[in-house]
Design a binder for this molecule. Structure first.
Ligand code: TXA
Ligand code: MG
Length: 327
């Protein structure tokens, strides 16, 4: 395994590795992905094995541009074209009806496929050289905190990845917004940097929330109640309860938007702007998880729409925390 600077030579090497069926750590603007040739079912199966991810959780296919869509999707509604124009390259994944030759390994056997054109120069350079779809889930062990630096990828996956292209720290810091356009009504499957309102402004109607649309089992692993989780138990606490909760016995590590009011084991002050908060979130959770604390106390974010994606990730981190390895 090697972390490589994203020179043209190394990007060509990474593309060759993908063609040979190997796994590559790929920076994107959201989080690092664990990349494989999306048409190579064996390579895709190795992605699931490396992550310890159940096979029925489909992967996102990353495309060099929207022009590649017809090879992956059998039907491209007008709304998808409009969203691609508005937000690609960028942190938006669309779920569309799949084309026939998309491997079942990628789609989890579903009749849909998730696609996006990532907005990171290194990912786009790799995709341009590779000239086909790259399947890439976040490059973390299943259920754990997504990586936002090349070093995190190595910490998560070690020798299971042959090359990690170092694209620096991810700008967005949390995973892409996922909107399902494969049915009559668009559904927001996972909140992200691109808000439901921004999508509505482009397509002229508000996507349903997952809860409104589906009463059934989750199809998005990022939508499982427990996800993005540190090993240390984590609780979310309302701002007015914070001072009280941090006085608990034991080593308490705190993530809050205010400065430390008193002496605690560890206090990390988080940004008060939701975009900056998202950018730092997974770095913060990794740091707090590495302290050997008994408990991580996180100040609950505001209930406003700008905080929706952050609140979603923190809620799942709380539910999944303290469980040790799932695999
Ligand atoms: O920002 C991102 O989306 C990052 C970067 C690497 O692109 N990728 C990412 O992948 O977050 P992953 O696998 O960790 O999360 C993708 C989510 C999964 O929860 C998966 O279940 C869902 O997308 N997904 C993919 N294809 C789907 C499909 N056909 N139907 C429903 N959900 C799908
Ligand atoms: Mg993930």
């Amino acid at each position: 395994m090697s972390i490589l600077a994203p020179t043209p030579e190394n990007i060509a090497r990474a593309a060759d590795a993908l063609r040979a069926g190997a796994l590559v750590g790929m920076p994107t603007e959201t989080v690092y992905g664990l990349a494989a040739d999306a048409l190579d079912a064996d390579a895709v199966r190795r992605v699931f094995a490396a992550k310890g991810r159940p096979a029925d959780h489909p992967l996102i296919v990353h495309l060099p541009s929207a022009e590649h869509l017809p090879q992956w999707a059998s039907s491209i509604p007008k709304e998808a074209v409009a969203l691609a124009r508005a937000f690609w390259p960028g942190p938006l994944t669309m779920i569309l009806r799949r084309a026939e030759d998309v491997p079942d390994a990628v789609t989890g056997g579903q009749d849909t496929v998730g696609v996006r054109v990532p907005g990171h120069p290194v990912a786009l350079a790799l995709l341009a050289v590779f000239d086909s779809g790259i399947a890439a889930p976040s490059a973390n062990r299943f259920g754990r905190i997504s990586p936002t630096t090349a070093r995190h990828v190595v910490e998560e996956l070690g020798e299971q990845v042959s090359i990690v292209l170092d694209g620096g720290a991810c700008e967005v810091g949390i995973e892409s917004t996922i909107v399902d356009l494969s049915r009559d009504t668009p559904v927001l499957m996972r909140p992200g940097a691109i808000s439901s309102e921004a999508i509505a402004a482009v397509i002229g109607r508000q996507p349903l929330t997952r809860d409104e649309a589906l009463g059934d089992t989750p199809r998005v692993s990022g939508a499982l109640a427990a996800h993005y989780a540190p090993r240390t138990p984590l609780i979310l606490v309302a701002p007015e309860r914070l001072a009280h909760e941090v006085c608990r016995a034991g080593r308490v590590a705190v993530l809050a938007r205010t400065a430390a009011p008193q002496d605690v084991f560890h206090w990390r002050t988080a940004p008060s702007d939701p975009v900056d908060y998202a950018h730092d979130l997974y770095v913060a959770l990794r740091e707090l998880d590495a302290l050997g604390a008994d408990l991580i106390v996180v100040e609950a974010p505001p209930g406003t729409i700008e905080w929706q994606a952050v609140a979603d990730r923190l809620g799942r981190a709380q539910t999944g925390s303290g469980e040790g390895d799932e695999t």
